[in-house]
Design a binder for this molecule. Structure first.
Ligand code: DSN
Length: 432
């Protein structure tokens, strides 16, 4: 398949950078746990003429003409999302995860209401109540973290904060938590304090579908997921409502007559967004079709098997893992015992073709731009066919690199090892 023949004529400069990035993705070990390699089918939908069309509104209720085919696309995406996750309502229009969380807050809360989310520095997300994010500026945000000793979520401590602070919304979900999240326990806390529960499953939605992580569907009022992480779709997000007809607890909310599904839809448009990105909606629909296959279930299972094997290999190699291992797709490691900072470790690994990100560890004494940890994961490598035996090798390459930052012979051997692994699992072999 000839890639980008028109771009070649019109803008060879941009095409050149895309080719370089393709080579980087092919020839390196991509281990940022929120990244993945989407299929060519998803990319064909994403790069399609659907980008040309304006479609403010929802299927059957648009503000522009000519939407008869776009309606079919969006209905397919919505129906597939509902079926795959087992929910009554799906909105597939959020441009990405942060706008989607903004929409959930906009739908359920009044400015100044209290929200309770996981602290960013302990594994949460900007939109879960960080002080300079909309979630911390327009709402009264309070945070929970992890236990100082075990680094696990302490549900009794979270319950105590909820009882004291009386949040109207509790957000569960994380970007750097290597263990399972107990949605049932979060739901019990939310019920006790009469709060809504938002489960942000962006990192783990592919694992939920594969049955290797508890589903939030029986427990959360609203679920948000990005579509480009373990779900392996295009960049984008969805908001799912398990019980569409549920209503707001707050009779003083200006929209208290609407049900949750109506509130979410109204928050997206006219609340926050204009025309949906129809090419993105189509690509999400394709990804959801792929995610409904038995192969995808195996993929999710393999992500976790690979992460567990990698965690063992890194521990054997002398790395200190937060919580001692993983139950999901990601690993958080403290690199300071090796005499490195997170930034140094990230740069060193980048120099041998292994991409991951520096990350704060719980109760970090260092700063976000040069923290104590690194965060790495297996979704992307699993997409290119890596299995446990490869992960043992990957673990060795990482530990050799981190323990020998100044040994050019050893680092060259690691580069060779990376090449052998990537050559044995080609990425996008059909793209020339
Ligand atoms: N940027 C994402 C991550 O890397 O986890 C969160 O949105």
């Amino acid at each position: 398949m000839m890639l980008m023949q028109h771009l070649n004529t019109m803008d060879p400069e941009i095409k050149g950078w895309i080719e370089k990035e393709l080579a980087r993705q092919r020839d390196g070990l991509e281990m940022i746990p929120s990244e993945n390699f989407t299929s060519l089918a998803v990319m064909e939908a994403m790069g399609s003429i659907l980008t040309n069309k304006y479609s403010e509104g929802y299927p059957g209720k648009r503000y522009y003409g000519g939407n008869q085919f776009i309606d079919e696309v969006e209905n397919l995406a919505r129906d597939r999302a509902k079926k795959l996750f087992g929910v009554e309502h799906a909105n597939v229009q959020p441009y990405s995860g942060s706008p989607a969380n903004q929409a959930v807050c906009f739908a359920l809360l009044n400015p100044g209401d209290t929200i309770l989310g996981m602290e960013l520095a302990q594994g949460g997300h900007l939109t879960h109540g960080y002080k300079v994010n909309f979630s911390g500026k327009y709402y009264r945000a309070v945070n929970y973290g992890v236990d100082p000793k075990t680094h696990l979520l302490d549900y009794e401590a979270i319950r105590a904060i909820a009882i004291k602070e009386k949040p109207k919304l509790i957000i569960c979900g994380a970007t750097a938590y290597p263990r399972q999240i107990d949605f049932a326990k979060f739901s019990a806390i939310a019920h006790e304090v009469n709060a809504y529960l938002l489960a942000d499953i962006s990192h783990i939605s592919g694992l939920v579908i594969s049955g290797v992580h508890q589903s939030p569907v029986p427990y959360a009022d609203v679920i948000m997921t990005t579509t480009h992480k373990t779900l392996r779709g295009p960049r984008g997000a969805m908001i799912l409502v398990p019980k569409a007809a549920d209503r707001l607890h707050d009779v003083h909310h200006p929209d208290s007559k609407r049900n949750l599904a109506e509130l979410i839809d109204a928050a997206i448009i006219p609340g926050l967004q204009g025309g949906p990105h129809n090419h993105q909606t189509a690509a999400i629909a394709v990804a959801l079709k792929e995610a409904a296959t038995p192969e995808f279930k195996k993929y999710g299972e393999q992500i976790v098997k690979n992460a567990k094997t990698l965690a063992e290999a890194l521990t054997t190699g002398g790395l200190s893992l937060i919580t001692g291992g993983t139950d999901n797709h990601l690993i958080l490691a403290n690199v300071t015992p090796l005499g490195l900072t997170g930034q140094q470790a990230q740069e060193l690994l980048d120099s041998v073709g292994i991409t991951m990100n520096k990350n704060m560890i719980p109760y970090d004494t260092r700063k976000p731009l040069d923290p104590s940890g690194i965060r790495l994961g297996t979704p992307a490598l699993t997409s290119r066919g890596f299995t446990e035996k490869d992960m043992v090798k990957v673990g060795e390459l990482i530990t050799i690199t981190l323990k020998n930052p100044d040994d050019s012979v050893k680092l060259d051997a690691v580069r060779k090892g990376v090449k052998e692994l990537t050559d044995s699992h080609p990425l996008y072999p059909d793209l020339k």
